[in-house]
Design a protein around this ligand. Structure first.
Ligand code: FAD
Ligand code: DLZ
Ligand code: SF4
Length: 520
C-alpha cells in the first residue's frame, strides 16, 4: 500500500518535510477536520473558520499539484472526531504501509501520536518541523547549562545563523547599523503623525462562506464574531498581506510598536501571525523581505530590526521554551495565584476602557496587539492574581493565531511570571501609568488614572501595589525590583492601608466568569 501523509491544520506548507522527497504516485495525503480539535477548547468562531477554510484551500492546491488527498470533512459520515481515530481509519482504508507526519505544535497531540505509534501495525515516523529556524534539539542545546535564558542572546545567534541584518564590520560580521537591538527607538506614544493605512482584508470566497455557515451553525455558542472575517486563507493572499505590510506599514512599525489607540485595530502591525503560524508564509522569508526594504532605503533600521527580532527572536525562542518547559509549564503557578478569571474577559462589559477595547477587538477580529495582550489583558490578570490556567485557556480560545506552542509560554511565562522568571527577569506588572503613556484610553475612561486609591481610581493603581506587597518575599531579592519596595516602605502607614483596602474593593467586585466559555 501507499505511504500515508497526515497534514495538520497548521501545516499548510507545500515544502512541508513530510511531503518533501515523496513520490506523489505512491502517497496519500490525509487531512482531517475533527470535532476534538474544534472543541478541546471552545475556539473563537473565526479561528475555527480560518483553519478549516485554509485547510480546504490547501487540499485543493495539493490536488492541483498532483497529490492524492483524502479529505475528511467535519460533518462526514463516520468521522471518528479525532486525529488518532481518523489516521487509524485511513490506514485501513488505504492499506497504508507507513505513516509520515511532521511533529505537531502541541504536547497533547504529540502524546496522542506517540500513543498511536504503539497500537498501529505499520510504522509511524514523526519528522522535525523544519519550517522553524531553530530545531528543538538545537534550542535545548543552547539552553543547556545556562543559568538565565536571555532571549537577546538567542536572538543574536539567530541573526548570525541567517545573516539577517549582518554586515562585514572591521574584519568580522557584526550587526548592521552597529547595534543589535533598536528597541529604544520603538516606544513612541501615540501622536498626531500616526496615520496607519488599513491592513488588507480578504472577502470570504465560496469555500470560506460555506465554512463560515457551518461554523455559525455548529459552534453558535462559541466566543467571538464571524461578521468581519477577513483573514488570508491561502498562501497567495498571505503574500498579498506581506507585500502590503512591507510597503505601507513596516516603515512606521517600529516607532509605534507599543502604541494603542481607541478604535484602531491594525495600527502599523503586520497582522501576519495567523498566516505564519498556519504555514502560509515562511518566517525567514518575511524577514528577508523586510531586510530588503531596509537595503533599498524604504524602511528604517529600527522598524526592520524590530520586526525581525519578533520573528527570529521571540517567535523561535517562545517555541523553544514551550518544548523545554512542557509538561510542567501547563501547570506552573509560581505566584500561587488562584482567583477565577473575571467575566468581563468574555463579555467586555467593564468601565475600564483599555480592557473594553482589547476585548472588543478580540471578539470582533480574533486578534489584539502584543501590547494589549501583555500590558492590558495579561497585566490585569497578573496583578489581580488570576489562576494561570484560566488565563491560558482564554488566550488559547480567543486568538486566531493561537496554538499552545506559542500561546502558553507567552501567557504563562511572559505575562504571568508563572515559571518564576525563567523567561522574564521581572514580572511585567504595571499600574495605569504605562497604559496612560502608551495610549489615548485614559483621558476617555470613566476611571481616573491619576487617582491612586478609592472610588473612581484606575483599578490598575491599587492592584499594582497589592501585587507587589503580596509577592514581596519572592520579588524583593530581585535587584530589578528591589527599589520599588523602598518606595513602598517610605510611604506613610495610612497611605499604604488605603492602597491595600482599595485593591480589596476592586478584587471583591470582580464577577467570576461563568463556566463553559472555554471548555465544555
Ligand atoms: P507583529 O507585531 O506584526 O509582529 C510580527 C510577527 O512576530 C508576528 O506576526 C508573530 O509571528 C511574531 N511575534 C511577535 N511577538 C511574538 C511573541 N511574543 N511570540 C511569538 N511570536 C511573536 N502570538 C501568536 O502567534 N499566537 C499566540 O497565541 C500569542 N499569544 C500571546 C499571548 C500573550 C499574553 C502575549 C503577550 C503575546 C502573545 N503572542 C502570540 C505574541 C504576539 O502578541 C502576536 O504574535 C502578535 O500580536 C501578532 O500580531 P502581528 O502579526 O500583527 O504581530
Ligand atoms: C486549531 C485546529 C482546529 C480548530 N481544528 C483542526 C482540525 O479540524 N483539523 C486539523 O488538522 N487541525 C485543526 N486545528 C489545528 C490543530 O489543533 C493543530 O494542528 C495541532 O494542535 C498541532 O499544532
Ligand atoms: Fe485603563 Fe486605568 Fe486608563 Fe481606564 S484609567 S483606560 S482602566 S489604565
Amino acid at each position: 500500500g501507499p505511504v500515508l501523509i497526515p497534514v495538520l491544520g497548521d501545516q499548510l506548507t507545500h515544502s512541508l518535510a513530510s511531503l518533501e522527497g515523496c513520490d506523489k504516485a505512491d502517497a496519500i495525503v490525509l487531512m482531517m477536520e475533527v470535532a476534538e480539535e474544534t472543541t478541546y477548547v471552545r475556539h473563537h468562531k473565526a479561528k475555527i473558520a480560518l483553519i478549516l477554510s485554509a485547510m480546504r484551500h490547501f487540499a485543493a492546491e495539493l490536488r492541483t499539484r498532483g497529490w492524492t488527498v483524502d479529505y475528511i470533512a467535519l460533518e462526514d459520515e463516520g468521522n471518528s472526531g479525532s486525529f488518532t481515530g481518523e489516521i487509524t481509519r485511513a490506514v485501513e482504508r488505504h492499506d497504508a504501509r507507513e505513516i509520515r507526519i511532521v511533529e505537531p505544535g502541541e504536547w497533547r497531540v504529540l502524546k496522542a501520536l506517540q500513543g498511536l505509534k504503539g497500537t498501529l501495525a505499520v510504522p509511524l515516523e514523526i519528522l522535525p518541523d523544519d519550517r522553524f529556524l531553530c530545531s528543538i534539539p538545537e534550542f535545548i542545546g543552547w539552553a543547556q547549562g545556562r543559568r538565565t535564558l536571555r532571549m537577546e542572546n538567542f536572538y543574536r545567534q539567530m541573526r548570525a545563523k541567517t545573516g539577517l541584518l549582518m554586515e562585514d564590520g572591521a574584519g568580522r560580521p557584526g550587526p548592521a547599523g552597529g547595534q543589535w537591538n533598536y528597541d529604544h527607538d520603538n516606544r513612541a506614544s501615540p501622536d498626531k503623525h500616526m496615520d496607519p493605512p488599513p491592513a488588507p482584508k480578504f472577502a470570504p470566497d465560496d469555500v470560506t462562506q460555506e465554512v463560515i455557515a457551518m461554523v455559525a451553525r455548529r459552534f453558535d455558542a462559541h466566543f467571538g464574531s464571524l461578521d468581519h472575517f477577513g483573514w488570508p486563507v491561502t498562501a497567495a493572499q498571505a503574500e498579498e498581506a506581506l507585500d502590503a505590510f512591507v510597503a505601507d506599514r513596516l516603515p512606521d512599525f517600529g516607532t509605534y510598536q507599543d502604541a494603542m489607540v481607541t478604535g484602531e485595530d491594525d495600527l502599523y502591525h503586520s497582522l501576519l501571525s495567523t498566516s505564519i503560524n498556519l504555514g502560509l508564509l515562511d518566517p525567514v522569508e518575511c524577514c528577508r523581505r523586510a531586510e530588503k526594504a531596509w537595503a533599498d532605503g524604504k524602511a528604517p533600521i529600527n522598524a526592520v530590526e524590530g520586526f525581525i527580532r519578533q520573528i527570529i527572536g521571540w517567535r523561535e525562542y517562545i517555541r523553544g521554551m514551550y518544548w523545554l518547559e512542557m509538561p510542567e509549564l501547563a501547570e506552573a503557578n509560581a505566584l500561587d495565584a488562584h482567583r477565577p478569571l473575571p467575566e468581563f474577559y468574555w463579555t467586555g462589559e467593564t468601565e475600564m476602557l483599555c480592557m473594553a477595547e482589547a476585548v472588543r477587538s478580540t471578539r470582533d477580529n480574533a486578534h489584539a496587539h502584543h501590547i494589549q495582550r501583555l500590558m492590558v489583558l495579561g497585566n490585569f490578570a497578573l496583578i489581580a492574581g488570576v489562576k494561570p490556567q484560566e488565563v491560558e485557556d482564554w488566550f488559547l480560545v480567543v486568538y486566531a493565531d493561537a496554538y499552545e506552542w506559542v500561546e502558553l509560554p507567552n501567557v504563562a511565562a511572559m505575562a504571568l511570571w508563572a515559571d518564576k522568571g525563567r523567561l522574564a527577569t521581572k514580572p511585567y506588572a504595571s499600574s495605569g501609568n504605562y497604559i496612560n503613556k502608551m495610549s489615548d484610553y485614559c483621558r476617555k475612561c470613566s476611571y481616573s488614572v491619576s487617582k491612586k486609591t478609592g472610588e473612581g481610581a484606575c483599578p490598575f493603581n491599587p492592584l499594582y501595589w497589592d501585587f507587589m506587597v503580596r509577592n514581596r518575599k519572592l520579588l524583593e531579592s530581585n535587584n530589578r525590583v528591589a527599589r520599588v519596595y523602598t518606595t513602598w516602605d517610605r510611604m506613610d502607614e495610612d497611605r499604604r492601608r488605603e492602597y491595600l483596602d482599595s485593591a480589596k474593593d476592586v478584587l471583591d467586585a470582580l464577577v467570576p466568569a461563568s463556566k463553559g466559555w472555554a471548555r465544555d
